[in-house]
Design a protein around this ligand. Sequence first.
Ligand SMILES: [Zn+2]
Length: 200
Amino acid sequence: MSLKDMFKKRTLSPQEIKQAERVRKAKDTLLEFQAPEGLFQKCNCCGKPVYNEDLIENDYVCPVCGNYFRIRPKTRIAMVLDKDTFEEWDAKMDTSDPLNFPGYKNKLERQRSVTNLDEAVITGKGKILGKDVVIAVMGADFMMGSMGEVVGEKITRAVERATQMRLPIIIFTCSGGARMQEGIVSLMQMAKTSAALKRH
Ligand SMILES: [Zn+2]
C-alpha cells in the first residue's frame, strides 16, 4: 500500500457494516448484564460474570480470560502474609494539607468512608512462611493511590524500621503519581522514600 493510500478515507462495505453492527450489539448485551452484588462480579475485560468464590480461588484472575481484577490492600495482605500475623504501623497519620487546597480535607474524609482506608498505603510487619517481613501495600481506590506527605512518610518509616530490624521489605506499588493537592510537598516524598530505600 502506498503512503498516499494509507490516509485515504475508506468506505466500509455492506458486509463490514453488518459485522460492526453485530459486534456492537453483542457488546451492548454484555454491558446490560448486571451481576447480582456479592455473588458474582462482571469481568471488565471479557464481560463474563465470574462467581466470587472462583475468583478468590483463582487469586483474583478471571478464570475465563485471564484478566486481573483489582486487589484491595487488606485483601492483598491477607493473600500474602501468614494468617493473623499482620501488625499495622502508623495507622492514623493525618496530612497537614500544606497548600490549604480547597475541598481537600473534605475529599479525604469522603475517601476514608468510601474505601475504608485511612490513606493510600498500609504499612506494617508480618510473617511469610514463618519469616518476619515488613510490608507496604498501596490502594488505588484511595485518591488514585497518589503519594502525598502521609503516604511518603509511612513508606519511609516502614523502610527505616526494616533497615533497623534488618528485615526485608516488600512494597506493592500502584500509584497515580504525586498528589497534586499537596504540590511540591508530594514531590519531595519521592526523594525521601528513594533515599530510605537506598540505605536499606
Ligand atoms: Zn474475563
